[in-house]
Design a protein around this ligand. Structure first.
Ligand code: PLP
Length: 385
């Protein structure tokens, strides 16, 4: 009996070796490995500044907080995303404005963005949904003309490019997730990237209780000058959070970053295999118009009209599936922010995510596709367009 997971982290010897270094040093909190990982991440993305955190949810929270927006101001976000994108808005006493999705990209619809912008909007959080790059250039143009900040939610697309520039380097701030299921992992973890030094300095103190120097720096200064009796001294001016990454997680991150490009290209190979099997099959559509050359796709997502029968059938055949995502205004917490999002409300019911992770075998993809084709399809479920 097969048992194919939906996601599976790609971890092994390399990660163990990096963790062993942290053990040998006996420093597993906020320390030198976090700093190394941040430097490597900055170099990988394009030379800006990076701040390692314990989640992307924390990253999104701080990315909005650093601008100190007036409470009650509005933030434009796509309706089909993980709840953290919206939670970050509420954490900051701001109000989410949900945008409909574009049927072709399943990211925010630029036309709807233009419709829903008002003078009390202060920021946009575009999500590169599933790893598929959203229309970031158009979004930046609109943001510039209306003086809005842009925070890219890159939880799905670490390592992905758009026009040979890394996603997460287009907006004012990019937020990444290293949660267990995402394209690379530190167990739990997140990263902020920005090319603005001032934003970087502020966020850095927010991530550790509002303290402006981290523990490791204090130790270093103490070593350098053991006559300095003020090595313990710090001052807090901001109500910060306990959001820092630790050296154990950063050890995993350094090993994962080394193989991120390989993992992304491996996923692209598997997506090609899915497409070879499934393109043209009349009972399903692709959710994304995959551009596989230099992107980082997290999801292999299809659209089917009878998802709710297909899911248990696939489960019976040992194939795990998921749905990414139910529109956020359908969650009770966000009901009161409901607005007109017709595409999101119609199309999300067709979404189905199939297994995708670097160590998935091509033969397993073939098996999944064969099982899907053998389903008892009903003529009325054909896509006619
Ligand atoms: C997973 C996810 C997050 C949150 O990431 P964590 O690291 O789990 O906090 C934020 N936004 C999107 C779109 C996500 O999918």
């Amino acid at each position: 009996m097969k048992n194919i997971r939906l996601f599976k982290p790609c971890i092994g010897e390399e990660e163990l070796n990096f963790i062993k270094e942290a053990f040998d040093r006996s420093w597993i909190g906020l320390g030198p490995t976090v700093e190394k990982f941040e430097k490597e991440w900055s170099n990988y993305l394009g030379g800006g500044f990076s701040i390692a955190l314990n989640s992307c949810t924390a990253a999104l929270h701080l990315a909005l907080k650093v601008f100190n927006f007036k409470p009650g101001s509005k933030v434009l976000i796509p309706s089909v995303t993980f709840v953290s994108t919206a939670h970050a808005v509420l954490y900051n006493n701001l109000e989410p404005v949900f945008l409909d999705i574009d049927e072709k990209s399943f990211s925010l619809c630029v036309k709807d963005l233009k419709n829903k912008i008002t003078d009390d909007c202060v920021a946009i959080i575009p999500v590169h949904n599933g790893g598929h790059p959203c229309e970031i250039e158009e979004i930046l143009d609109i943001a510039k003309s209306r003086n809005l900040k842009v925070i890219e939610d890159c939880a799905h697309c670490a390592g992905g490019n758009y026009k040979e520039k890394k996603l997460g380097t287009y907006g004012d701030i990019g937020c990444f997730s290293f949660e267990e299921k995402k394209v690379m992992t530190t167990g739990d973890g997140g990263m902020i990237y920005t090319e603005n030094k001032e934003l970087y300095n502020k966020i850095k103190s927010f991530r550790w209780c509002g303290i402006d120097r981290d523990t490791w720096k204090r130790v270093k200064e103490q070593d350098r000058n053991d006559l300095d009796s003020y090595h313990w001294h710090y001052e807090v001016t901001e109500l910060g959070y306990k959001y820092n990454m630790n050296d154990l997680a950063a050890s995993l991150g350094r090993a994962q970053l080394k193989k991120l490009d390989w993992m992304n290209s491996r996923r692209a190979t598997l997506i090609k295999r899915y497409n070879q099997n499934l393109l043209g099959f009349p009972f399903l559509k692709q959710t994304f118009q995959y551009k596989l050359e230099d992107s980082a796709y997290w999801l292999y997502s299809i659209r089917v009209k009878n998802r709710d029968n297909l899911i248990p059938y696939l489960k019976k055949n040992g194939i795990s599936t998921g749905v990414h995502f139910m529109p956020i205004p359908l969650h009770p917490l966000y009901e009161k922010f409901n607005v007109d999002i017709p595409n999101s409300l119609n199309l999300w019911k067709q979404l189905l995510t199939l297994p995708l992770f670097p160590e998935l075998e091509k033969e397993e993809v073939d098996y999944i596709c064969k099982i899907i084709k053998n389903f008892n399809w009903d003529k009325k479920d054909i896509f006619l367009d």
